[in-house]
Write a protein that binds this ligand. Structure first.
Ligand code: PRX
Length: 654
């Protein structure tokens, strides 16, 4: 782990107890109640989860075993059968929630759609029937490449209903990145849209799908279902079908398929330390329970809440806290199509005012961007409906936390800083807003049922306030089950970084953290070659592979540089093949090449040409030096292993 990270332990001392008005009606309303839940888990871990599973989910068939733990493989609620779409929809229909808005959607141009539970159920059944008509069966994979439209949620739930695994690919990924993920998952059908509105412009998606599938590059894909949003799209006969056309022919009758607890619900690709993204596999019952419970606990969902998580469905946050968690609880979830931009700096606050949002969950990068845009935008709107705020995706600096608290929360809303990952399925460390006193910049304490620690390389807990590795020491229902078709990578990445000891396994999160004297966790960031740009995970190797696939590039090294707005920014160091000359045109071409290969989110903020890269005598690139150079700092520590000391001097000048 970088020494700089460990040294940068925050010196934050402020504390914010839950406001009385909030605590009064909260599900978990005191620290004692939280501690009682933790003790219940410690005394009888399996009974703890079984109790919640029985009370909170519908089961077609009860389970035989709560947890079958064959490290690193966990099977939760084995022998049982349930269905996530049933839990999110059908079971609410016999209650007053039938006519309650399930989704309030707002398009960027200002158009609004309100979809009740009854209507959502109807649409999901129709889409499930459409998928069957297009040849999708239980166990197949379906790719979803969509803007933030209600149909994205409908598509996910339709897959869940019939037992097809979805793999959602963020709409900002390029055709090449989409192709790679569709190939890896061997998707049979792709659900997409002609396009959507983002930052005042129409972004077309269908042409990307066409490019990804061109020349039979993904032979598994047989059909493409296209939602109409912006107008028109070129359709390939016999392959492509419009959603509104097929919908008109579909029956709204499609019973939810009883599925085994461990039936695969979805595969979500995320960046790791190699050039190849990992397909994180989540299954039915454990994931459903964990997304459900954590949404209820951390967001303290009440019947009249209007809940808005700004994440895109292409990320795990969109899966767990736009779609599955809130709907399983029968909550009203807001979806917004666009993104704030200079032309509309108040658009988020307009949504809150117009829809009377009471719970707002977003990323620190967005908060920092709002600070820059100016207080006048939120101040010109009525934000009095808000009662709870949340953050996710990256560490939040105390200054941004305080601004969020004061300007958006009016000083009355608790803030839940939630630490978790694609792999964990749901929130792991976060305040319970009616119980846990918060400290700006800390995700506070593990949720009931979660055993988190900060340890050294040998798995020994480190002393208070010392940096170490964040690990989880007991399985939990929302945990990933494997890396799709790469069992070896699953073991190596998550379970062997800290070697098991005396039968104790450590789930290695890849994050550095410290615990303070109150046991609060302060997550400091990644300790591997993953960088976190604006709350989005990018593998340095992925960007390096994209760069070296350009004929001009001989070698590339990519590092993260601290960035005031985005948390981290991408910096690339590139050496060229002998017959190429560095220059501005080539630089632009290489930046564009990365966008083509991965997507705009991976575009380096800076690209430096260099004669050579600093390497150890054994040929390993010394990233530590590059990181320091990228951050404009003097490289620290031992550089005696640097093969060619002159490279450093040359790099400083580049
Ligand atoms: O480094 C941590 C950071 O985001 C990583 C997980 O990224 P991803 O799987 O894309 O999921 C993002 C949304 C859950 C973590 O390894 N991270 C996430 N939440 C926090 C965080 N870092 C600090 N504080 C957080 N609250």
């Amino acid at each position: 782990m970088s020494d700089i990270l460990i040294e940068s332990v925050l010196q934050e001392r402020r504390q914010f107890p839950p406001p009385d008005a909030f605590r009064g009606r909260a599900h978990i309303s005191s620290l004692e109640q939280y501690q009682r839940l933790c003790q219940e888990f410690q005394r009888h871990p399996q009974e703890f989860w079984a109790g919640w599973a029985e009370r909170e989910l519908h089961w077609f068939r009860p389970w035989e075993q709560v947890l079958d733990w064959q490290p690193p493989h966990a099977r939760w609620f084995a022998g049982g059968q349930t269905n996530v779409a049933y839990n999110c929809l059908d079971r609410h229909l016999g209650t007053p929630r039938r006519t309650k808005p399930a989704i309030i959607w707002q398009g960027e141009p200002g158009d609004v759609r309100i979809i009740t539970y009854e209507q959502l159920h109807h649409d999901v059944c129709q889409m499930a029937n459409a998928l069957k008509t297009l040849g999708v069966a239980k166990g197949d994979r379906v790719g979803i490449y969509m803007p933030m439209l209600p149909e994205a949620a409908v598509a996910m739930l339709a897959c869940a209903r019939i037992g097809a695994a979805h793999t959602v690919v963020f709409g900002g990924f390029s055709a090449t990145a989409l192709q790679e993920r569709l190939q890896a998952a061997q998707a049979k059908v792709v659900i997409t849209a002609d396009g959507g509105w983002r930052k005042g412009q129409v972004v077309r998606l269908k042409p990307q799908v066409d490019q990804a599938l061109a020349a039979g590059q993904v032979p598994s894909v047989e059909r493409v279902l296209v939602v109409r949003r912006v107008g028109d799209a070129a359709m390939t006969p016999a392959r492509d079908v419009w959603w509104h056309e097929i919908q008109a022919q579909m029956s709204p009758d499609c019973p939810a398929e009883p599925l085994d607890s461990e039936h695969v619900l979805f595969i979500l690709y995320t960046s790791g330390t190699t050039g190849k993204p990992k397909g994180i596999v989540h299954t039915t019952a454990g994931y459903n329970l964990y997304a459900h419970l954590t949404a209820q606990w951390v967001f303290d969902l009440q019947e009249d809440d209007v809940y808005w998580c700004t994440a895109d469905v292409g990320w795990i946050t969109g899966h767990s806290y736009v779609v599955y968690g809130p709907l399983s609880n029968g909550a009203t979830t807001v979806m917004y199509e666009g993104a704030p931009h200079a032309g509309n700096p108040g658009c988020f606050w307009d949504v809150i005012e117009k829809q009377r949002v009471s719970i707002f969950y977003t990323a620190p990068t967005a908060i920092r961007a709002f600070i820059k845009m100016g207080d006048e935008h939120p101040q010109a709107r009525d934000l009095s409906s808000l009662r709870l705020l949340g953050t996710v995706g990256e560490p939040i600096n105390p200054a941004a936390w305080m601004w969020y608290h004061r300007v958006i929360g009016g000083g009355r809303c608790p803030i839940v800083d939630t630490w978790w990952q694609t792999e964990t399925g749901g929130i792991m460390i976060a305040p319970l807003p009616g119980a846990t006193p918060t400290k700006p910049g800390s995700a506070t304490l593990p949720l009931p049922g979660i055993q988190a620690q900060v340890v050294d390389r040998q798995g020994e807990p480190v002393p208070v306030n010392q940096g170490g590795y964040l690990v989880i020491t007991h399985p939990w229902p929302g945990m990933m089950r494997t890396v799709y078709q790469d069992e070896e990578r699953f073991r190596r990445t998550y379970w062997e970084q800290i070697p098991p000891r005396n039968g104790q396994y450590f789930y290695f999160a890849g994050d550095g953290a410290r615990r303070d004297e109150d046991g609060y966790f302060w997550v400091m960031g990644r300790v591997d070659d993953v960088i976190n740009v604006a709350g989005h995970r990018l593998g340095t190797m992925e960007i390096e592979s994209a760069l070296v696939s350009h004929p001009a590039v001989a070698e590339a090294a990519v590092v993260g540089r601290p960035d005031e707005l985005k948390g981290e920014a991408v910096v690339a160091f590139v050496t060229l093949e002998s017959h190429y000359q560095p220059g501005d045109d080539l630089k632009q071409e290489l930046l564009h090449h990365v966008v083509q290969k991965i997507g705009a989110l991976a575009r380096p903020s800076d690209l430096k040409f260099t004669e050579a890269l600093p390497k150890t005598r054994s040929g390993k690139i010394m990233r530590r030096l590059l990181r320091a150079l990228a951050a404009g700092e003097a490289p620290q520590g031992d550089i005696s292993t640097l093969e060619d000391q002159e490279i450093l001097a040359a790099l400083r000048q580049s």
